[in-house]
Design a protein around this ligand. Sequence first.
Ligand code: ADE
Length: 223
Amino acid sequence: MKFDVLTLFPEMFVPVKSSILGRAEKNNLIEINLINYRDFSTDPKRHVDDCPYGGGAGMVIKPEPVYDAYESIVSKLNYKPKLIYLTPQGKTFNQNMARNLAKEEHLILLCGHYEGIDQRVLDEIVDEEISIGDYVLTGGELPAMILIDAISRNVEGVLDEKSLVDESFNNILLEYPQYTRPEVFRGVKVPEVLLSGHHANIEKWRREKALEITKIKRPDLIN
Ligand code: ADE
């Protein structure tokens, strides 16, 4: 899975170059290219924004650097990767979307900043708009990292397969509680059944706990 990220702040992307995703990239399971569209500005001062037509606060990102950065990617290809624009106006991201997007070979993620991007270039290149929730951030970089993380962990080989099977949202239920050593922590013992070695009973207990937790924390997932 290849991600090309169009951003004005490539230095923000340290988290997706670390830990599990860092290892996945070293192992060639994913590739994350950061493309600064400021590099495509033709302005002597490398400006990429200007005042909005019609007036109003803030600055708007000009269409040309975004388009030229996009062209620099797709002009080398004989297929058209899906381009996702991160915006609070988009469809709210969820696990199902992460799983479906993991089936793509190549995604381009476009991050806005300031008051937004000139609508003409968005109309020209955007295939899908995605939001990470009903709040407004200063830019699309954190949302892009969230997509990269949630999608990458569904790419084959990035996690061990069993982690994906048990986890929250796959079977509409949240995950059961987990315990590790020590057997007693501050006077509280690990549930007896987990020490029993009886796999069928453990499975049953975990299913019941998952259901109980989902009913309490996210009843909307059941109804
Ligand atoms: N850009 C700013 N806020 C955002 C959000 N909530 N989701 C996606 N992109 C954004």
